[in-house]
Design a protein around this ligand. Structure first.
Ligand code: TYD
Ligand code: MG
Length: 450
């Protein structure tokens, strides 16, 4: 009888253990271990070595043309369109709009035949969504409602579509494995097979994966290393904006973002994000400033708000939306120590308007400015943009790509930009926007809050 390999795998992080554990030593989740059985590899099944070597000189450097999605925001995040034969994981909370984005993408592909594998929704549900989205040509989108991978493989091989969507990876399974669909073992195995099919047939495969409530892509996290590109679809539940972020890309730069807005009839691209993110601003209010953040290769102007109020409780509250909580604590410490203001008896709330999440240090000075503006009840001059990283000594450190940020600020009609002195020195003067170089936070406040 063949000996079976039994192991226990954490369903959150993929940590493997020979025995069952109550708490995962890696990710500290409780009750996350499931038994997984894998059959030992037989000698017969080992791959035969008929792979040839090729001299580097003979490799064709010509990049294959990419498939244009006709959605600029999506093209940008993918690095210029879909690379044939690549595997793209698209993760995000349930209900964020992954299936919507996929269907709209297929609709926009010029004369490309696509195969949509739906494991979550029935064909009727998909049809209803398509009607809502006003799908232009529903002949070229082939649907299959099946989750058994062994039945799906022949379909892909027979139809040889231009693009395949697997929605979602958590529903796909192989009957030869003992585990339930959605378990780490099934997800890993299915991805590995889908990757092989993508490469062998030069078909791009989009794998949709849900993130769990805990904020990690439970199963899908495990397959990030197996796929070429990892995209994450984010957004606040109560905001219409959706941000498509690239976390990994073998065929382009990471950190690119695409911005969409969800309407009743689907997602629409946001072509001028700065205008949108500033649209609800009330210029001249205390605790509000405008920063220029680089999201990938693109500068985006965003409003950062702070509210500083006398604390009613013993423990003052610090709260952030869209910004790192620890970074806020650090900025408050710098303000107390280097500027000499007392914030320890105040509650501080910081919000990046529009539901955007920013982790770029260049917005530090904007956050600090908003906090000071709220504390001192002095508004920031409305036509001013603030950029600069704040160091522990209260010094303003240089930011990357200042020209692009300045350009965007000028384009939107801003008249002044407060920036690190060291950045200013390397930039030629402009007639449309005044450049104000600063070295410390105190100096910045003197120039901004007057
Ligand atoms: P969906 O694409 O099903 O999300 P996911 O695949 O990530 O789970 O999107 C579902 C949400 O989007 C749902 O709450 C309804 C909303 N929605 C719209 O607002 N407009 C639309 O045109 C569509 C299709 C969905
Ligand atoms: Mg879906």
């Amino acid at each position: 009888m063949k000996k079976l390999n039994v192991k226990y795998v954490c369903q959150f992080c993929g940590y493997e253990s020979p025995g069952w554990l109550g708490k995962c030593p890696n990710c500290e989740q409780w009750n996350s271990f499931l038994e997984e059985i894998s059959e030992p590899r037989t000698k017969k099944g080992a791959p035969k070595s008929n792979t040839k070597t090729i001299p580097l000189a003979e490799v064709d450097p010509q990049e294959e043309p990419r498939i244009n999605t006709n959605l600029n925001e999506l093209n940008r995040v993918l690095g210029g369109g879909i690379v044939k034969g690549s595997v793209i994981l698209i993760g995000g909370d349930p209900g964020i709009g992954k299936s919507t984005l996929m269907l709209q993408m297929l609709d926009n592909l010029n004369e490309k035949i696509s195969l949509y594998i739906t494991g979550e929704e029935s064909l009727r549900q998909l049809k209803l969504r398509a009607e809502r989205l006003n799908i232009k040509d529903d002949r070229k989108i082939l649907l299959v409602s099946e989750t058994d991978l062994d039945l799906l493989i022949p379909i892909i091989k027979e139809k040889l579509p231009d693009v395949v969507i697997v929605d979602s990876i958590q529903t796909i399974y192989r009957s030869s494995l003992e585990n339930l669909p959605g378990s780490i073992n099934q997800i890993r195995e299915s991805t590995s097979i889908l990757t092989r099919i993508a490469k062998e047939n030069n078909i791009p495969v989009f794998i949709v994966g849900h993130i769990t409530k805990e904020g990690i892509i439970a199963g899908p996290k495990i397959i990030e290393h197996m796929v070429d590109t990892v995209l994450q679809f984010e957004g606040e539940q109560h905001h219409a904006y959706r941000i498509l972020r690239c976390l990994k890309n073998r065929f382009g730069s990471t950190n690119e973002v695409g911005i969409f807005e969800m309407y009743e009839n689907g997602l629409r691209e946001v072509k001028n994000p700065s205008e949108v993110f500033l649209s609800e601003r009330i210029p001249g209010t205390n605790g509000s400033s405008v920063v220029a953040s680089m999201e990938g290769s693109r500068p985006i102007l965003v409003e950062v708000q702070a509210l500083v109020t006398q604390s009613k409780y013993g423990m003052p509250q610090r709260n952030t939306t869209g910004f790192d909580y620890r970074r806020l604590a650090l900025l408050i410490a710098v303000l107390e120590k280097r500027v000499g203001v007392q914030i320890s008896s105040y509650d501080v709330f910081v919000n990046i308007a529009g539901g955007l999440k920013i982790d770029e240090p260049a917005i530090d000075l904007g956050i600090a400015t908003s906090i000071m503006s709220s504390l001192k009840e002095i508004p920031v001059e409305p036509k001013t943009v603030v950029i600069g990283e704040v160091g522990l000594a209260g010094e303003i450190r240089t930011v990357s790509q200042p020209e692009k940020r300045i350009q965007e600020a000028a384009k939107l009609g801003f008249k002044r930009i407060v920036l690190p002195s060291a950045n200013k020195r390397n930039i030629t003067k402009r007639s449309d926007i005044e450049l104000i170089g600063v070295d410390t936070v105190s100096e910045a406040f003197e120039r901004i809050l007057v």
